[in-house]
Design a protein around this ligand. Structure first.
Ligand code: ADP
Ligand code: MG
Length: 721
């Protein structure tokens, strides 16, 4: 009955989970055919041979040619994992590491986490049988702290090197050292054992034979590290030169013609323009999925809602449009939805961050909508200010984006800006290392024993000013000694925690301020995106719900209140379910209850879940470090004093005209509208981050007393006068 079906929101179930044995066989057949038709398949033997012949190899190939998913399998099958060694593949993005690992596990017909696995910060899905391991570039850097020779790996593939994330750049320098160190350790071994051999064997011939076997034994123990750098764009020369003229090979891709359209005039609101374009395509163009490039989670969720709203106004037969978001903090089971074909008759609109530019290749795209913006980190070393800003893409990015429309056939790309604007774009994106705060990376390099940061062999050197500013910050946080060495124990402890140096410092101090329990929660909640869910159409209700958690002291304590309320709910449930024996049942029931509670309270349940996972992991680190975990109870003053003592570089003071002045940088800022302190007129606050959108905002703020700064951070504030 039609009235009923109209009332019901169309809930779509994907039918692509294989159900019967025949389904499974059919799916395997499809995958096999897909793999065989990838451009990289035809050059498999040649590539394997190149890797055998060269310890460093640069591979450049069109996005979607099969580099990331296929090459590790080729190498595995060609015997590149002797004695349980692992092939590691780094990705700049978490989403790419996870989705690709899932795909490759399926292609190999194995369970994820067995032969094929992934490891990203706070989420390790590998086991002792893992041989093909996808991970983020940042994670491999961390592994180097524990195992400087990266001895578990026989091959390391640095993928998406053109993205030039700061982690990739530093990793390249580090891997160069690792490779050298491994060769050296083989030689040293041979020399040592040679001496032993010459003492025991007098016969000259016997000695020669013994040496060869020794060398072989040593090489088996420390095989040379094979290093492969993969990139989508054509800047092989930069990488090749960096690695002393290393060999570079190109993998031909397939690219169909893409018609590019520009707007006639500049658009004032690109979100609105994107929305109009989505419906223009949906209503006027033939079949094919749409890929829209947006700048972040909130924007994506906003557009998703707007599309749904618009859809409600269309007649039934035109409603067959399905939105699928993809961004880094989306839970991984949801991320996989972008790869599933839309049900028959439906068109899929993928709302993506620039993750879909080169990191993940989504099949079925015929139309690309490119507003021409990207969210990027920007750092001003003079002011020591880092901000996330939305900036125009580069020409190279615009070309990559339009290319996504022509992978399977001719496509169309709609750039939401006039053609004259395209000419004004930068040719390529500035590497991140030149526009980010280097404190984190420097801390890690120091922990690796690399003390001369300015002399480090960077692919492209960051400015001296940026290095100095970060060193200064680390010094102010107590991580470095007067002669710029890692301090003991604080510097070493900070380097061990997989967190921003300020967060690490806050945790270490919190154990002294007796509020480590609170700080663990605060840091975990700050590490995820948007805990509060604020849909436009229910904005007033969401606000009221948030009031129940709001602390007059600020956002940190508000976040703690949310976490504790959810935790209390679970404790109560645990009592109620004490008779239930089946762990799985309990877990399932609890998750349902929490989700319901989140919905009622306008809390983002997936962000909360993520925060809980992070919490248990950092708690583990902190326990291992032996820091006493205690709670300050109702004495939140201790907690706020601890925030002042650790976030003193992020303090802001009220100005007569009602704005705030960030003390370290002198910037005039405002408290972000989402903060519980937005309307209050407090004298002094600390903040978590400074973001610049239309205005300069400070986000996640907490009230402190100005005098605490001189008391708790005298080395900084007494100096400032
Ligand atoms: P490259 O690294 O050269 O850009 P990839 O190896 O990532 O190429 O992709 C090769 C092919 O595998 C593409 O056609 C892509 O659509 C497909 N693919 C990758 N991941 C998945 C997935 N999770 N599900 C389905 N197809 C996938
Ligand atoms: Mg790839």
């Amino acid at each position: 009955n039609t009235t009923q079906s109209r009332k019901q929101k169309p809930v779509l179930k994907f039918s692509n989970q294989p159900r019967s044995a025949a389904d499974v066989i059919a799916r395997r057949e499809i995958i096999k055919r897909q793999r065989e038709s990838l451009p990289i398949a035809s050059v498999k033997e040649r590539l394997v041979q190149e890797v055998k012949n060269h310890d460093i190899l640069i591979i450049v190939g069109e996005t979607g040619s099969g580099k990331t998913t296929q090459l590790p399998q080729f190498l595995f099958n060609a015997g590149f994992c002797p004695d349980g060694k692992v092939i590691g593949i780094t990705q700049p993005r978490r989403v790419a590491a996870v989705t690709v690992a899932k795909r490759v596990a399926e292609e190999c017909g194995v369970e994820l986490g067995q032969k094929v696995g992934y490891s990203i910060r706070f989420d390790d899905n590998t086991s002792s049988s893992t041989r093909i391991k996808y991970m983020t570039d940042g994670l491999l850097l961390r592994e180097a702290l524990l195992d400087p020779y990266l001895s578990r790996y026989s091959v390391i593939i640095v993928d998406e090197a053109h993205e030039r994330t700061v982690h990739t750049d530093v990793l390249l320098g580090l891997l160069k050292n690792v490779q050298r160190a491994r060769v050296k350790s083989v030689n040293d071994h041979v020399i040592v054992n040679n001496k032993k051999a010459s003492n025991s064997i007098t016969n000259e011939n016997g000695k020669g034979a013994e040496c060869t076997t020794l060398l072989k034994q040593c090489q088996r123990k420390f095989p040379p590290l094979k290093l492969i750098i993969m990139s989508a764009s054509l800047d092989a020369r930069l990488f090749s030169e960096y690695f002393g003229g290393a060999r570079a090979v190109h993998v031909e891709g397939r690219q169909h013609h893409v018609d590019v359209f520009y707007t006639l005039h500049a658009e004032t609101d690109y979100v609105d323009a994107a929305l109009i374009t989505i419906f223009q395509i949906h209503l006027e163009e033939g079949p094919g999925d749409i890929l829209v490039f947006l700048t972040g989670q909130e924007e994506i969720e906003g557009v998703e809602r707007l599309v749904q709203e618009q859809l409600q106004k269309l007649p039934e037969e035109r409603k067959k449009l399905l939105t699928v978001p993809i961004f880094s903090s989306l839970p991984s089971e949801k991320q996989m939805r972008v790869f599933m074909p839309a049900p028959a008759g439906y068109r899929k609109v993928i709302l993506a961050t620039n993750i879909a530019e080169t990191s993940v290749t989504i099949p079925g795209i015929k139309f690309v909508i490119d507003p021409g913006f990207v969210k990027a980190r920007s750092y001003d070393p003079v002011k020591g200010m880092e901000s996330l800003i939305i900036i125009p893409t580069s020409k190279a990015q615009a070309l990559q984006r339009s290319g996504r429309a022509g992978r399977e056939g001719p496509g169309k790309c709609f750039r939401l800006y006039p053609e004259s604007e395209f000419e004004k774009l930068e040719d390529s994106t500035k590497p991140e290392i030149k526009r980010c705060n280097l404190s984190n990376v420097i801390l890690q390099l120091k922990a690796l024993g690399i003390d001369d940061i300015i002399g480090f062999d960077f692919l492209e050197k960051p400015s001296r000013a940026a290095i100095q500013k970060s060193l200064e910050q680390l010094f102010l946080l107590g991580a470095l000694t007067d002669d710029c060495k890692l301090s003991d124990p604080v510097g070493h402890q900070m380097a061990r925690l997989p967190l921003d140096p300020i967060y690490s410092k806050a945790l270490i101090l919190a154990s002294q301020f007796n509020c480590l329990e609170e700080m663990l929660i605060a840091v975990s909640m700050l590490s995820v995106e948007s805990i509060f869910y604020n849909p436009r159409e229910k904005s007033a209700e969401a606000k009221t719900a948030k009031k129940c958690f709001a602390s007059p002291d600020g956002d940190h304590l508000t976040l703690i209140n949310v976490y504790r309320a959810a935790d209390e709910l679970l404790q109560k449930r645990r009592m109620e379910l004490s008779t239930e024996k089946n762990e799985k049942n309990i877990k399932g029931k609890n998750e349902k209850i929490v989700r319901k509670w989140c919905k009622e309270n306008f809390i983002n349940s997936r962000s909360l879940k993520h925060a809980c996972d992070i919490h248990s992991q950092i708690r583990g680190h902190v326990e291992q470090m032996g820091l006493p975990i205690s709670s300050c109870g109702d004495d939140t003053l201790q907690f706020r004093r601890c925030l002042a003592a650790s976030f003193f570089l992020n303090a802001a003071l009220k100005q007569p005209e009602g704005t705030y002045r960030a003390l370290a940088s002198g910037q005039v800022v405002q408290i972000h509208p989402t903060s519980v302190l937005h309307q209050s007129k407090l004298e002094c606050v600390i903040f978590d981050e400074l973001v610049q959108t239309s205005q300069k905002y400070i986000r996640n703020t907490t009230r402190i007393d100005y005098l605490w700064l001189t008391e708790l951070a005298p080395h900084y504030y007494a100096m400032q006068g």
